[in-house]
Design a protein around this ligand. Structure first.
Ligand code: FES
Length: 152
């Protein structure tokens, strides 16, 4: 499969890997077909600016590259601007993805949306244009880590 240099860069050297403790918003999404899972944490200040974004992805190389790029793109943006970080925007920033990997970028967009949804719910606000992604599995995995280090 032919990947762009940017995809290879974000796959081998992903940005913003990790967790944010007491995140303003945290969302987990999964693709039932390939089984890949992404979790995004957002730190959002009182002005609605995304100060920090981190992710954990259990998935393919393109899933890692797209979640890395998605977190890079939403940092410093307002919640409203973050909605413009669509899977298309993520793919463009990565100089494209092979057709069979387009759904990975969609998962990255949905992970951002799930984290924003969580933030909106926690604060009792509505974010115009935001819908809860159907792939949101946040509610099913509370208290569990993707890598479940402390449970064996
Ligand atoms: Fe499904 Fe990449 S193969 S997210």
């Amino acid at each position: 499969m032919n990947y762009s240099e940017a995809v290879m860069d974000h796959f081998t050297n992903p940005r913003n890997v990790g967790e944010i403790e007491n995140a303003s918003g945290c969302g987990t999404v999964g693709n039932a077909v390939c089984g890949d899972i992404m979790r995004v944490y957002l730190d959002i200040d009182d002005d609605g600016i995304i100060q920090d974004a981190k992710f954990k992805t259990f998935g393919c190389g393109a899933a890692i590259a797209t979640s890395s790029m998605a977190t890079v793109l939403v940092k410093g943006k307002t919640v409203q601007q973050a909605l413009e970080v669509t899977n298309k925007a993520v793919m463009e920033a990565l100089d494209g993805l092979p057709p069979v990997k387009v759904h990975c970028s969609l998962l990255a967009e949905e992970a951002i949306h799930a984290a924003l949804w969580d933030y909106a719910e926690k604060n009792g606000i509505m974010i115009e244009g935001l819908e809860k992604p159907v792939s949101d599995i946040s509610e099913h995995d509370h208290g569990h880590d993707i890598d479940d280090e402390d449970e064996d």
